[in-house]
Ligand binder design. Sequence first.
Ligand code: PMP
Length: 389
Amino acid sequence: MWEELQLHIEQLAGKAQKRTLVKTESDGCFIHMDGRHLFNLSSNNYLGLANDERLIHASIEATRRYGVGATASRLVVGNHPLYEQAEEALIRWKGCEAALIVNSGYTANIGILSSLAGRDAIIFSDKWNHASIVDGAILSRAEVRRYRHADMDHLETLLKKAERHKRKIIVTDTIFSMDGDVAPLRDLVMLKETYGAMLVVDEAHASGVYGKNGEGMAHELQLAQHIDIHMGTCSKALGAYGAYVTGKRVFIDYLMNTMRPFIFTTALPPSVLGAICAAVDIVQHEITLRHHLHALSNYFRTRLQQVGFHIGESTTHIVPIIVGDNERALAFSAQLRERGIAAVAIRPPTVPEGTARIRFSLMATMTNQQIDWALSHIFEVGKEMGLIA
Ligand code: PMP
């Protein structure tokens, strides 16, 4: 039995897909990694809030006031007062009827889909959706149809064939995490209305970054009211941890009563809720940071494209350089590390076979000079590796 597991690991190593942990210590837009101080182009800390003094202070104060652990699940005795404060702030921010904080983005997606969809339901999921959506759909026991990435004709064909299903659920990331492209939300809203489906969106990478007050991509595109269920994480641009679900009061009440990853787990520690409360407040006012991040991202993408890198369809602060081969992606990442840049290689199964890449993610706290410096190294490595002329 152990030999089989060993063999599995060796097979992964043979395909350059074996993962190992590296000790990291984040320091704003730098990171200590493997004993080196590197410019961090791999973090989801898009607004730099993970190191913000105001969040740190709120987190410490929450611990002093309410203790380290929540001591029980929320429905038992773990629902400390900061939950109500955070959920009310979320309702005001997102302009929705109700909000629920859950322990992580991963459990949010597992929970939403497995609560909402049963054996008689059908889930339509974009092929590039995050693993937590894939897993949630499997766990729900509903029929699952994966439509080709952002292909609305394919989705419509599948919807047409699903007339007998009473509950139809369309689910999509708003910004795709490994490609940085944006889901066709307007078309998705049209289809969901035509075919009587519900639409669930995952704003993990858009919360805090898009929308006038950082509400997410649905708000940016003025479609928020047409989307049934919004989910987002507090672990990326919000700099903390955990996730939120927002929507109608009836849906949030339903989740509280049926969502197993909400019911059967200890509540988040007060320190995390303290940071979430501070982040939800701060993020709404960080308009300058958001503008700077968009300007930096536009510049970064344009420069990479000009010299001939393949960056897919990215239009956001997440920018891949698609290399193809696992070994080459690892070599690219290693060369950048030698030059002082942390940019992690993303390989299958996180991305489809043959599309290994470097996933760059930018932070609003980076300067134009830093990005120019990073670009010059990316260009040099790209040339050395024959990826660009
Ligand atoms: N959804 C998407 C699109 C994600 O990229 C991630 C995490 N990378 C998650 C959900 C999971 O969120 P969390 O890390 O808070 O569990």
